[in-house]
Each structure stands twice: as structure tokens, then as C-alpha cells.
Design a protein around this ligand. Structure first.
Ligand SMILES: Cc1cc2nc3c(=O)[nH]c(=O)nc-3n(C[C@H](O)[C@H](O)[C@H](O)COP(=O)(O)O)c2cc1C
Length: 304
């Protein structure tokens, strides 16, 4: 599958797919499994300085076109997570996702694990985080820039900042992130928050009432975010949101993503989705005469 090889921020990938943050990435075993299943890179669950129990169940509910989740960024904290990272044995590069409630916490986390990651992804975009974490940072261009600057000052590892679509103008936040020195931008975290109600009991289904929407329903919005941000920045983009097959991957590449992440589709198709996508993508590239993934990136901008 040589034709699928690509790179982002100098990190070599055997294909342009990554496991998305929060989907199976809490343990070394699950990350190793995704790597062995063919993911081009794996992203860990977002983790914080202290352990976080997250929200009580139910944390996930199916809706038309995907899921709503309010897991609440549950994770074992940086000390325990560092031990997991030492057990990684997959061949795919590892992107470590971190979150905090202020720039200083991001800086402390990055200092601690920067040397164990091929890339750090800054989660400033969770739509259901509490305590000043998540989207309350990513909706503010100055605060987002401050987080990026702080992390950039303490580590050499490339950083990607993961943005929320739940803003008036995502391009403004992307430009501020680039000015602050990020190496890449991941677009998008889950959309919303949204909700569901159980009509038998009249209670909200999720314990947290509201959660982030993911899955095929958000793909057109994610794609538009990638397309718009591509026109405004020079750093590479990582596309995520609703990708379920090779055709979705092609759309994201054409819109301007250098590589993509896959989350919710794994609940439907399992980890074999990475190989299925690669087979489909390679056939498509052969049929259309593309020699490399790189030459596909952003080409829709040449036509429209
Ligand atoms: C159950 C679940 C947990 C998630 N946890 C995280 C997380 O810890 N950190 C993060 O940045 N994104 C998290 N996400 C968001 C995904 O990484 C992704 O951005 C989003 O789901 C859209 O992609 P998809 O439609 O392929 O799932 C989570 C998504 C789901 C469904």
C-alpha cells in the first residue's frame, strides 16, 4: 500500500487514517489493537492531570445518523496514563490528547508526556466538559492561542489543536491558533450539545442531559469546517467527523485535510474499518490516476 503512505508534521504514516480521540484509546491494549488493525496513527483518549470519573451512565445514546455522548472526559489521570503509554507496542505513531482548565495545566501535561508522543493533540473543544475545560476554551480565540503558546514553549513535539464547530466563526479560532504557533489543526470535535428524551418516562436519556453529536450526521459540517479553514491557514489539517468509508476520506482530502480520524464508525463496523478504507482508497486512487495522498489534498479549491 505504498501509494497510501503520507506524512503530517514530519510524522510518517502508512496511510492517512487515525483512530479518533476518545474512541477505544484509554488503554495501551486498545491502542495497540487499533494500530495492528491498520490505523495509520492512533490518538489516545483525552487525559488530564488528575483522574476524572466522568459522568454516570447512561453516557451514550444512538440518534439518527450517529450518537450523542456525554462521557465527561473520564480518564485515569496523567500518572496512570503514563504507565499505559509505556506499554505501547503498535507500529503506528501515537498522538496523545490532553485537556486542562487553563493554559498552565496544558503546559504541565505537555511537559510530562511530550517525550512519549509523536504528536500532542490539544482538546479545547469538548462540548460537555465542566470546570472551564473543553469548548469554553476553544470558543475563545485568545484563550485558545494562550494554550497553544504555553504548550509550544515547553515541548518540541508537534502539536495539533482540536477545534469545536460550536462557534460563530471557526476560521477566526484557527487563524489565532496558527499565529500562536500550532503545527496542525484537527477539525472537528463533536457538535452540539444535543439531547434525547425517553417518551415513556419523560426523562432525558443521558445522565448529563446533553451531549456531543458525532457520526455521519455531522460529516457535512466537519467537511465545511475543513474547507473554510484550509483557505485561511498554512498548517496541515486533520479532518474528523462522520467518516465511515473511503469516499468520505476522499471528500476530506479534497476539502483540504492531510489525513483523517475515525471515531463513531468504529462502533458500527469495528476496527476492520481501517483496512476496508485503505483498500477502497487505494482502488480509487488507481482508478483516478492519483500517485499519492498528498496530491489529493485541497484540490477542490482549484475548481470552485
Ligand atoms: C464516545 C466518544 C468519546 C469521545 N471522547 C473524546 C475525547 O476524549 N477527546 C476528544 O478530543 N474527542 C473525543 N470525542 C470526539 C471524537 O474524537 C470526534 O472528534 C467526534 O466524535 C467526531 O468524529 P466521528 O463522527 O468520527 O466520531 C469522543 C467521541 C465519542 C463518540
Amino acid at each position: 500500500m505504498l501509494v497510501l503512505e503520507t506524512e503530517i508534521c514530519g510524522i510518517k504514516m502508512r496511510n492517512p487514517t487515525m483512530l479518533a480521540a476518545g474512541v477505544l484509546g484509554t488503554t495501551a491494549a486498545s491502542l495497540n489493537w487499533a494500530s495492528k488493525s491498520g490505523a495509520g496513527a492512533v490518538v489516545t483518549k483525552s487525559f488530564s492531570i488528575e483522574p476524572n470519573r466522568g459522568y454516570p451512565n447512561p453516557t451514550t445514546v444512538e440518534v439518527t445518523g450517529g450518537f450523542i455522548n456525554a462521557v465527561g472526559l473520564s480518564n485515569p489521570g496523567v500518572e496512570a496514563f503514563t504507565l499505559e503509554l509505556k506499554k505501547l507496542e503498535g507500529s503506528a505513531p501515537v498522538v496523545v490528547s490532553i485537556y486542562g482548565s487553563n493554559p498552565e495545566e496544558f503546559g504541565r501535561l505537555a511537559t510530562k508526556i511530550g517525550g512519549m508522543a509523536d504528536m500532542i493533540e490539544l482538546n479545547v473543544s469538548c462540548p460537555h466538559a465542566v470546570g472551564g475545560c473543553g469548548a469554553s476554551i476553544g470558543q475563545d480565540p485568545d484563550l485558545t492561542a494562550e494554550v497553544v503558546k504555553t504548550v509550544k514553549n515547553v515541548i518540541k513535539t508537534p502539536i495539533s489543536v482540536k477545534l469545536t464547530p460550536n462557534v460563530t466563526d471557526i476560521v477566526e479560532i484557527a487563524v489565532a491558533s496558527q499565529k500562536a504557533g500550532c503545527d496542525a489543526i484537527t477539525l472537528i470535535n463533536s457538535l452540539g450539545p444535543g439531547m434525547r428524551i425517553d417518551i415513556e418516562t419523560a426523562h432525558t436519556i443521558l445522565h448529563n442531559k446533553f451531549g456531543g453529536l458525532s457520526g455521519p450526521a455531522i460529516k457535512p459540517i466537519a467537511l465545511r469546517c475543513v474547507y473554510d479553514v484550509y483557505e485561511a491557514v498554512n498548517v496541515p489539517l486533520i479532518g474528523v467527523g462522520g467518516i465511515k468509508d473511503y469516499m468520505d476520506v476522499v471528500e476530506f482530502l479534497f476539502a483540504g485535510a492531510s489525513c483523517v480520524q475515525i471515531g463513531t464508525a468504529i462502533y458500527y463496523d469495528g476496527l476492520k474499518i481501517f483496512r476496508d478504507i485503505c483498500i477502497g482508497l487505494e482502488r480509487f486512487m488507481n482508478r483516478k490516476g492519483y500517485q499519492s495522498v498528498k496530491e489529493m489534498v485541497g484540490i477542490t479549491h482549484n475548481y470552485d
